[in-house]
Design a protein around this ligand. Sequence first.
Ligand code: EPZ
Length: 417
Amino acid sequence: MSKFIIKGGETLSGEVNISSAKNAVLPIIAATILSGDKCVIENCPMLLDVFVITDLLKTLGAKINIDLLENKLEIDTSYVKCTDIDSELVRKMRGSFFIAGPMISRFGKVKMALPGGCNIGTRPVDLHLKGFKALGVNINIDHGFVEASTSKLLGSKIYLDFPSVGATENIIMASVLAEGETIIENAAEEPEVADLSNFLNKMGANISGIGTDRITIKGVKKLKGVTYRPIYDRIEVGTFMIAAVISKSLIKINGINEEHIKPIIAKLAEMGVCMEKYDNSLIVDGRRKLKPVDIKTMPYPGFPTDMQPQIMALLCCVDGTSVITETIFENRFMHVPEMTRMGANIKIDGRSAIIHGGTEFTGCSVKATDLRAGAALILLALAAEGETEVTDIYHVDRGYVSIEKKLQNLGADIKRM
Ligand code: EPZ
């Protein structure tokens, strides 16, 4: 099992180029099934999760060409058939459930294993299924499998009890070829949902209200293959912003969309961090004294849950008391015991973590429990005295392209063993 060895205390400098967003690319790859044609994804992040979903499409008959040099992914879904879906792959990555919507749209049916939960929560898909049923799909759940079928998809009005990102995306993909109009109320407004909608509209779909909590999809007859460049990864941007501040450095981050990182900029500015935007770059100066802040994770445009472990690592290093309330996932504090081993003073009280920051941090062996927890431990290791070993880093490789190379180029002392 590979691991990272990080020697703390180095000051960072220079520039880092951000990759495209994992959480935009996964639903977009699933959506290529709708075209029955050739699609090209440019600047595609070559991540473990991308390879899992492309492997899944290959089992269905898609032809995939991965160009690692050009970061280009070519997908031909002309020969995709409606066969049983490999459960092993679905269980390996929840994001595989994104193919349900496109398969129902194209073939009128799908049978696949329900995605399991993961460390951060039970991750149900009841809202996905509620949307499919509203579109006229019969749903049968048996022995951990979901079987969906319909003779005709009919547009409908759907209210989401929670603005679920995945449910919004799956319902959009299930309704783009339906007869009539579908309206999703209380839809997720995350930029990745908007990016999927823009990709589908480029293919010929008719989606409006993009980026708002009310999305209207007018069914069309056919979609065609296109070339598309997904948005930058706002969570990777936020992760490197924290890397600059936790190591008291000044760095330049290339590949940002200021709108997408507004909540992160707002909270770091509240802490006293200096930031300057130039075109699609951001200069972050973390060399000033910082103040503690309280954070509450919320659906977009609130503070992203995917940045919660990372900003916790930073608040551990800031004198004073900060409170983080995690409102999205019921078990997203798995990184707290690991941070405590390094010297953090954090008390968990229900969905809140009370952080008494400014303690000394010493390197030791810690375990990545999920993707963002792993990234947060790497960040804390940058500020810790001595050497830290982060194990189970396959979690980190799921969502960050060569994080150690990007940090090494900034001057961090990090090695992959
Ligand atoms: C997406 O997961 C992201 N993953 C997650 O990123 C991200 O944390 C999450 O959105 C929230 O922003 C991808 O896009 C691949 P949700 P998703 O449906 O779609 C409940 C990362 O680190 N819910 O918005 O699964 C659910 O239990 C990952 O990159 C239902 O109750 O998130 C959770 O409490 C982690 N029923 C809340 O909604 C449903 O049918 C948010 O889930 C669906 C969700």
